[in-house]
Design a binder for this molecule. Structure first.
Ligand code: GLN
Length: 264
């Protein structure tokens, strides 16, 4: 089987899958379409094709995915790390915020915690999650990446936290009931626990904002990824809890996607 036999199937996910397996860019594949696949890669790409035909997301079919400058194991234990989330990680890395101690609530695969610890070697990062399965994935990823300035513990939001942090970051489950029922079928392969944010999608923001002041150092920052229609209600909650210097950021599609606020 040749590269062009995959290209000819005209399935973008399959071509991306092949570029991951061969560790080559998509343009390399188009320019070298007569290249023969090794039997190992042929076997893997055919199995990925079968998974895709069964509606399994490419990232789970591959079993790993790139996030910023790290490669993560991804499987159904946690949400697939989204490209958009790299925006907020990059923002934190480049910001002049104090960031000696960072807390990531709802660590999932560990994407945010691990990419921050990798790129901020002076920072100490703590990732928490309520899911034992997610935590086992976080720790596998941590070990693969040989990072020592990050730890993961089980905690329902702040329940097992006693420390204070310079930054609290979270990409909590934020999809509301109506949108959850209308999701693309592919997303039902991901844990509902990682996507569903209660009837109005705001359940976790309310709880985090309510308690965050107790866990932030003075002038510390609370940073969220949010749903496309949640900017106004979350800004309001932040103002009510005395947060200041609120910044709203959009994603690459122009949707409101992030909020940054400072302890008042
Ligand atoms: N960004 C994800 C989606 O659109 C949702 C992630 C989340 O709920 N935090 O499907």
């Amino acid at each position: 089987m040749k590269v062009k036999d995959i290209i000819n199937k005209a399935n973008d996910d399959l071509i991306i899958g092949l570029s991951y397996l061969m560790d080559k860019s998509k343009s390399y594949l188009y320019l070298n379409s007569h290249e023969e696949l090794t039997s190992d890669i042929e076997e893997k790409i055919l199995s990925i094709e079968e998974d895709l035909n069964n509606g399994i997301p490419l990232q789970y079919a591959l079993g790993y995915w790139e996030f910023l400058n790290i490669s993560l194991i991804v499987d159904k234990r946690a949400l697939i790390p989204r490209f958009e989330t790299e925006i907020i990680v990059d923002y934190i890395i480049k910001s002049d915020f104090k960031k000696d101690k960072i807390l990531d609530i709802g660590a999932g695969s560990g994407a945010i915690s691990l990419s921050l610890s990798k790129n901020l070697p002076q920072s100490q990062v703590l990732g928490v999650d309520i899911s034992d399965e997610a935590l086992s994935l976080c720790n596998e990823n941590k070990n693969n990446l040989n990072l020592t300035n990050v730890n993961f513990i089980k905690s329902d939001l702040f329940d097992n936290i006693s420390d204070k942090f310079d930054i609290i970051v979270s990409n909590p489950p934020y999809i509301n009931e109506k949108d959850y029922l209308a999701l693309d079928k592919k997303l039902y392969h991901e844990p509902k626990l990682a996507l569903y944010g209660g009837k109005d999608g705001l359940y976790f923001y309310k709880k985090i904002i309510d308690q965050a002041n107790d866990y932030l150092n003075d002038q510390g920052h609370l940073i969220f990824e949010i749903g496309y229609d949640q900017k106004d209600p979350i800004n309001e909650l932040l103002v009510k809890s005395d947060f200041k210097n609120i910044i709203n950021l959009k994603d690459f599609n122009g949707f409101d996607r992030f909020i940054i606020a400072q302890k008042g």
